[in-house]
Design a protein around this ligand. Structure first.
Ligand code: GDP
Ligand code: MG
Length: 175
């Protein structure tokens, strides 16, 4: 619910990252508060909305959860066009997905809007014993690129509020 007198910000947010990193699971946690052990693979793209209220603003998110973009050399323009925020997801148990996330960041910096608010998300933190990507690697790359960095688990809901509140705060500040 919008609070009286507080500004409303409509923000398009796009999720990118390798297949299986947990993009859809993160979004479903955010919009429905649920997690599915056997999440059906997304076909094409899925669209969701969610509202998040901060003291300083109410954010209305239009969320584009991409799929199948791995096949192309670049992200389809419909995803980054007009996007205010991007969440780039990798899986801490797969170095390949981290390397791919770096490529997406480069791509978004080239094609996305110049004030794009970006978060690098290291998901599947609950699978610590299978970790291939150290937290320092994610942190360092994020720092170099002015991105917010956080490790999450869509399974246990670890750090999900932190992620979406931080995105909202940064968007409120940038708008
Ligand atoms: P997407 O292709 O990036 O959208 O990934 P999905 O959301 O479809 O997730 C792929 C698989 O990983 C599914 O079986 C999910 O249940 C699982 N998954 C997603 N997030 C997590 C997580 O944080 N921890 C664990 N253990 N599994 C996860
Ligand atoms: Mg998906």
């Amino acid at each position: 619910m919008a609070r009286p007198g507080n500004k409303i910000i409509h923000a398009k947010m796009v999720l990118v990252g390798d297949m299986g990193t947990g993009k859809t699971s993160l979004v479903l946690r955010f919009v429905k508060g649920q997690f599915f052990q056997h999440q059906e693979p997304t076909i094409g793209a899925a669209f969701f909305t969610q509202v998040l209220s901060l003291p300083e603003a109410t954010l209305k998110f239009d969320i584009w959860d991409t799929a199948g973009q791995e096949r192309y050399h670049s992200l389809a323009p419909m995803y980054y066009r007009g996007a205010a925020a991007a969440i780039i997801v990798y899986d801490i148990t797969s170095m390949d997905t981290f390397l791919r996330a770096k490529k997406w960041v480069e791509e978004l910096k080239r094609q996305g809007n110049p004030n794009l608010v970006m978060a690098l998300v290291a998901n599947k933190r609950d699978l610590e014993s299978d970790r291939e990507v150290n937290i320092e690697e994610g942190e360092q790359f994020s720092e170099e690129n002015g991105m917010f960095f956080i490790e999450t688990s869509a399974k246990t809901a670890l750090n999900l509020n932190e992620l979406f509140y931080e995105m909202a705060k940064r968007l409120a500040k940038a708008t």
